[in-house]
Design a protein around this ligand. Structure first.
Ligand SMILES: Cc1cc2nc3c(=O)[nH]c(=O)nc-3n(C[C@H](O)[C@H](O)[C@H](O)COP(=O)(O)OP(=O)(O)OC[C@H]3O[C@@H](n4cnc5c(N)ncnc54)[C@H](O)[C@@H]3O)c2cc1C
Length: 400
């Protein structure tokens, strides 16, 4: 019985970002701030050029308002990133699955109606397996169907989440991004807000939208003056934002199934065929790992040892085929230890409403917050981040 439950949980976990997805269409708003026009005289500063910050900026751009985006790194996209070098199709190095109903793509880009322009592939797995650390077992096909029917998800067929956000958001606002501006202090004690960066630049704004990850807020690397209130701090501490990474390995042969869930004590680990349904010739296998399970790999203290360890495990599962077939090429994106991310993802639908409410407060109607964990509609990942950007910027402009 225990094995069956594990199998079910494993299979459920295999779908998308491996957690329950908030897919209900009726949870989505019928319109967003993108559908409105705003008047506002002041200067708005957005901190962070991830999906959420870019979405909020597009609203300001449409209404010709005065705004800038301060981004700590030298690129936009945040936890969205793509690689075009390893395979014959673009690979998502950050967010990859569309957990929500695809209609959300229209909402995100401001298109009316139900026709979806994007070519999507349905993530209905055909061959999956599970690994308990010693024994590899093929799963029964009915389980894959059960999971898909219970929780249908999709992916972009020839494109990526990064491309979607780039085309529909970043292209409209990228001229207003200031790169390499890591914000270290936000002083909202006076009428004007003073924002300080690591390289000693000072910016002045009337309102600020903070879109950094929860990991960055947890690290206390941004000083708020006055300090955040106790409720907010409690919520930031209480919501976990796990360490973790994504690895992509290139092989000569495809010796593995569509996905393999691994039984772990705590955290999560899955192997999955990134080229699944992608019309690709290249064989690329993804490894997504987070939480305590990721820490076990970090403890190896070397990227090479991590890759060797993973190949060893695959060899055990598949009769030494992994090391024979490995091309030596791989990508290792360590989101958990990336200093501008400091974690992988959060999921509003799993958190207490009281914590979410506390996080969503503004600071004296001057400093507002947005990002995946602030999403009112509890969509996961990128849709949540974008919808929260729209929601919070509307609040920021309209609240006195
Ligand atoms: C491995 C992985 C897999 C995922 N898979 C999926 C998936 O399949 N589907 C899905 O929908 N979602 C997925 N997600 C989650 C998704 O990527 C995020 O929900 C979404 O990208 C968050 O966007 P955001 O704008 O809220 O935050 P971020 O993308 O974190 O953007 C914040 C921005 O702020 C910048 N910043 C940080 N600190 C500062 C500072 N001090 N000053 C100025 N700028 C700063 C950062 O550089 C970054 O650009 C995944 C995430 C990871 C890591």
């Amino acid at each position: 019985m225990h094995k069956v439950i594990f199998l079910l949980i494993s299979i459920i976990c295999l779908s998308g970002c491996f957690e329950w997805a908030a897919r209900a269409k009726d949870k989505l708003p019928t319109q967003t701030a993108l559908d409105k026009t705003y008047n506002y005289d002041g200067k708005i500063i957005i901190i962070g050029a991830g999906a959420s910050g870019l979405a909020a900026a597009k609203v300001l751009e449409q209404s010709n308002l005065d705004y800038s985006i301060l981004e700590a790194s030298d690129r936009y996209g945040g936890r969205l990133k793509k690689d075009t070098t390893l395979a014959d199709f673009p690979i998502d190095i950050g967010a990859e699955w569309i957990h929500s109903d695809p209609i959300v793509l229209n909402l995100m880009k401001g298109k009316k109606g139900e026709d979806i322009d994007e070519q999507l592939l349905s993530y209905r797995l055909e061959n999956t397996g599970s690994w308990d650390g010693q024994k590899y077992k093929e799963n029964r096909p009915w389980l894959n169907n059960f999971v898909y029917n219970f929780m249908p998800e999709s992916k972009f067929k020839n494109s990526t989440w990064y491309d979607f956000v780039d085309e529909h958001l970043a292209q409209y606002v990228k001229h207003n991004i200031k790169y390499n501006q890591r914000v270290t202090e936000i002083d909202y004690s006076d009428k004007k807000i003073i924002i300080k960066t690591e390289n000693n630049e000072n910016y002045v704004a009337d309102k600020v939208l903070v879109t950094v990850s929860l990991g960055v807020l947890k690290s206390n690397s941004i000083k708020f003056t006055p300090d955040l209130n106790a409720e907010m701090k409690k919520a930031i501490d209480a919501i976990s934002f796990d360490n973790g990474f994504k690895i992509v390995l290139k092989f000569a042969d495809k010796f593995y199934p569509d996905a393999i869930t691994c039984e772990v004590e705590s955290g999560e680990k899955v192997y999955y065929d990134i080229a699944f349904k992608k019309d690709a010739q290249t064989n690329v296998l993804g490894v997504l790992c987070r939480g305590d399970e990721a820490q076990k790999y970090y403890d190896l203290n070397s990227e090479k040892k991590i890759i060797d360890n993973i190949l060893l495990e695959l060899d055990e599962m598949f009769d030494e085929q992994a090391s024979k077939s490995f091309s030596g090429e791989y990508i290792f994106e360590d989101w958990g230890r990336h200093k501008f991310t400091l974690g992988t993802w959060t999921q509003a639908s799993l958190e207490k409403n009281s914590h979410l409410k506390a996080l969503n407060q503004s600071l004296d109607n001057k400093v507002y917050f947005a990002g995946e964990i602030y999403d009112q509609y509890k969509q996961m990942g990128v849709p949540g981040a974008v919808l929260s950007g729209y929601y919070s910027i509307d609040k920021l402009i309209t609240e006195e």
